[in-house]
Design a protein around this ligand. Structure first.
Ligand code: B12
Ligand code: SF4
Length: 474
């Protein structure tokens, strides 16, 4: 049976957020790789995970690990801005181990499988979509002599040609997937951002559901449009495992929209209460998928924070991106959530198609008025696989295809923006991203709130560091 190494590429916090913001970034478990490893182990394959950012391994060290332990199959996950790091990594691996099969997967190669094989000539195959079944079938085929033509979901390099195998449908019943192999991850190395944790930064992620039926134009829907969730029993079991093995007190429940299925959400909350899990948890959601009863149940079950994608404070732009919500709905849900005793993070986008400077100011002003505990302002990046990318590309409005620069923190990381709305300039948008944070956080009410919430010296240091960063960017 082939030996498999799964790699999270060495994409650093500095590359993601820039020098000034890097210390505020999260180092999170690569849950996709943990799921793949769980499936491989359940099928009897020897597998290891190398999470390069978590353990501080550079590309040369990863390549040496592959050659040193004779892995026959290496799987690499990647998002668009990791492109050049992944290309360099695979070049090194292939130079040391030319016969090792290198497969890539994740949102970027899923969106552009053929183009990825063309642009990175050392890749052997691309996994499109969910990878659990595909990686097991690929490892089996390689173990049995190497005929990969029957591996669904794979796009292959065969000599000069690229062959697309039949697609692999999304798994309908998520419970058939073996549990993610967290024991293969360096769990002590992970930390979530201060805005998402209480006390300790140790807050693992548990994947509750996949898929989303909404139509936001900037989203790439890597898990399709059908909402599929793990059963309540499986989620509770995984939470209990986590508590027993790692003594966790807080957890992040990950789903594109956790609150989409009301009945499921209420059952989950009920079970968490009945089982006495006593966990503090956070999640992400949409303002139009919660109501008072749900929020009360969530609070009772331990939810203390919800991150809402608000995106824009301008009704016209909300329409253009097909968010499907109005400013009024946002206001109402923020008030309802506050009343339920749950804190909020708000995500806002700047530089949406046709956005004027006045509309950008409207978004920042809306954020200030909504006053979530934390606000995040990102620059609009049309990621491949999104309707936004498809339409801007067709209109010839994509400025460049240097994937490594596709970073929503471009103002901080100083990357070259792939899209700038007509009449705006790159420089102005980058300044605006920094200014938005200053306008949001440097308010007396916010300062007072932070001072009141200080409990430790390290909290004080953290806030002081944040303030210094904002001041220095003026
Ligand atoms: C949680 C989340 C985050 C978290 C944590 C991410 C993490 N763990 O690395 C935070 C907030 C830190 C984050 C940050 C970013 N994120 Co994010 N994030 C997500 C979110 C909501 C869920 C990801 C997740 O946990 N999935 C669950 C696991 C099980 O799925 P998975 O990793 O995709 O893996 C499965 C398949 O993809 C496949 N697969 C994946 N890798 C491989 C490898 C092989 C070999 C094989 C065979 C298969 C395979 O099999 C896996 C199991 O089925 C997604 C949206 C979404 N629904 O996916 C966006 C998403 C992945 N993020 C996105 C982006 C752009 C980013 C940022 C780059 C933003 C930025 N700074 O510009 C950063 C970079 C993060 C980083 N890792 O360095 C985009 C990616 C788009 C793209 N084309 O690359 C997404 C898709 C959202 C969107 N806009 O559409 N993110
Ligand atoms: S941004 Fe969120 S709500 Fe919108 S389509 Fe994507 S996952 Fe669904």
């Amino acid at each position: 049976m082939v030996k498999v190494l799964l790699v999270n590429p060495p994409y650093s916090l500095e590359q993601r957020y820039g020098g000034r913001m890097k210390s505020f970034g999260a180092v999170t478990e690569p849950m996709g790789l943990a799921y793949l490893a769980g499936s491989l182990q359940a099928s009897g394959f020897p597998v290891e995970i190398l999470d390069a950012p978590a353990v501080g391994a550079r590309a040369d060290a990863v390549a040496e690990r592959v050659s040193g332990s004779a892995f026959a199959l290496v799987g690499i996950t990647f998002l668009t801005p990791m492109f050049s790091i992944v290309a360099d990594l695979i070049r090194r691996i292939k130079a040391l181990c030319p016969t090792t099969h290198v497969v890539v997967g994740g949102p970027h190669p899923t969106a552009l499988p053929e183009r990825t094989l063309q642009e990175i000539p050392w890749i052997d195959s691309v996994c499109v979509g969910e990878g659990e079944g595909t990686i097991v079938d690929l490892a089996s085929a390689l173990s049995e002599g190497g005929d990969l033509s029957g591996v669904k979901g794979l796009v292959l390099r065969t000599g000069e040609a690229i062959t697309k195998n039949p697609p692999r449908p999304f798994e309908k019943n998520l419970d058939v997937l073996p549990k993610p192999a967290r024991h293969l991850l360096p769990l002590d190395s992970y930390r979530l951002t201060a805005s998402r944790t209480k006390g300790s930064a140790f807050c693992p992620t548990l994947i509750v559901a996949r898929g989303c039926p909404f139509n936001c134009q900037f989203c790439s829907h890597p898990f399709g449009r059908t909402f599929r969730h793990h059963s309540v029993e499986r989620i509770v079991e995984e939470l209990k495992d986590l508590k027993e093995s790692y003594g966790l007190s807080q957890v992040n429940l990950e789903a594109d929209t956790l609150t989409l299925n009301r009945k499921f959400l209420l059952e989950l909350c009920r079970a968490m209460i009945q089982e006495g899990l006593n966990l503090a948890w956070t999640c992400e959601s949409r303002v139009d998928t919660v109501d008072e009863e749900m929020l009360a149940a969530m609070r009772k079950a331990g939810c203390w924070q919800i991150s809402y994608g608000v995106e824009s404070g301008c009704e016209r732009l909300l329409g253009i991106i097909q968010k499907g919500v109005t400013r009024e709905q946002v206001r109402r849900t923020f008030a309802m959530t506050r009343k339920a005793g749950i804190t909020m993070r708000g995500f806002f986008m700047l530089g949406l198609p046709s956005e004027t400077p006045a509309e950008s100011r409207e978004t920042i002003e809306f954020a200030r008025r909504l006053d979530p505990l934390w606000a995040q302002f990102t620059v609009t990046v049309p990621y491949p696989g999104t309707p936004l990318f498809a339409s801007l590309d067709a209109e010839g409005k994509i400025r460049h295809y240097d994937w490594s620069q596709y970073n929503t923190w471009g103002g901080w990381a100083d990357t070259r923006l792939p899209y700038v709305p007509e009449g705006r300039s790159e420089e102005e948008l980058k300044h605006l991203q920094k200014k938005a944070l200053r306008l949001f956080y440097m308010r007396p009410a916010v300062a007072l709130r932070f001072v009141k919430s200080l409990t430790t010296l390290s909290d004080l240091k953290k806030y002081a560091r944040g303030l210094m960063v904002l001041l220095k960017t003026r």
